[in-house]
Design a protein around this ligand. Structure first.
Ligand code: C5P
Length: 238
């Protein structure tokens, strides 16, 4: 099989309820070590143990816990996440620039290294209409996303989690080096589920996403490895 390790930019969302289900799912990948995302469900079920185990097995990890609290609490929590040696973690930009700066402080180890830190702008399940009606944020979605991205950049973060549909405008405002990690990816023929702002892997590439996060199109596929490789190929134009 072709070696795809040079293209570790498709992150599989391991939204499973237990370590057992996760390891069962990962069996289909054999020796491949795709980038994995551990979210709230798996982390709350299994705790830091699963993070340490998957790291020891050689999987790059995005710990997606979307922190959002007062700056001091986030700073201390980030110090704990940093000690788990994850590669990427995140918070909600809605927590303000002070909170994001505190997060960077907490995340930075004594030797100056730290995991990548991303800000969630608006969840890809939120439509512009609901944001305006329910959250009383009256701006356009693209304005909110780019404004939050600029706040994140000002606080020293590495990038944002946003819809692929917003990757281009974030890059325009924040520069090419500012990372865009984009969930809300679906194959042309797949179900959208609860996501709203979605694109295909190829379109995400065209729009400038650096990483795509793919959950159900891979985790619910009959052959997860095949679906993952299809994502890698489409996203990297292989
Ligand atoms: O199954 P699906 O492909 O929709 O999974 C997307 C993953 O990305 C989920 O784990 C979800 O929590 C996460 N996510 C998202 N939108 C964000 C941030 C994270 O969908 N803005």
């Amino acid at each position: 099989m072709k070696n795809y390790t040079a293209y570790n930019n498709v992150i599989i969302a391991c939204d499973f309820s237990s370590a057992e289900r996760t390891y069962d799912f990962l069996k289909s990948f054999g020796d491949m070590r795709p980038y994995l995302k551990i979210g709230m469900e798996l982390f709350y079920a299994e705790g830091p143990k699963i993070v340490r185990e998957l790291k020891d097995m050689g999987f790059p990890l995005f710990l997606d816990l979307k922190l959002h609290d007062i700056p001091n609490t986030v700073k201390k929590a980030m110090a704990v996440l940093s000690s788990l040696d994850v590669d990427m973690c995140n918070l909600h930009a809605a927590g303000t620039i002070d909170m994001m700066k505190a997060a960077i402080e907490g995340l930075t180890r004594s030797d100056g290294t730290r995991p990548l830190l991303l800000a969630v702008t608006q969840l890809t399940s939120t439509s512009e209409e609901r944001m305006q009606k329910e959250l009383l944020i009256s701006c356009k979605m693209s304005e909110v996303v780019t404004h939050y991205a600029l706040n994140a950049m000002q606080a020293g973060l590495d990038g944002v989690v946003c819809s692929p549909l917003e990757a281009q405008i974030v890059k325009q405002k924040c520069g090419q080096k500012f990372l865009t990690v984009t969930p809300g990816v679906r194959f042309a023929e797949s179900a959208v589920n609860d996501q709203v702002r979605v694109t295909t892997p190829a379109m995400a590439h065209e729009l400038g996403s650096d990483y795509i996060v793919v959950g159900r199109p891979v985790t619910a596929a009959d052959n997860p490895q095949e679906a993952y490789i299809r994502c890698l190929k489409e996203f990297n134009n292989l």
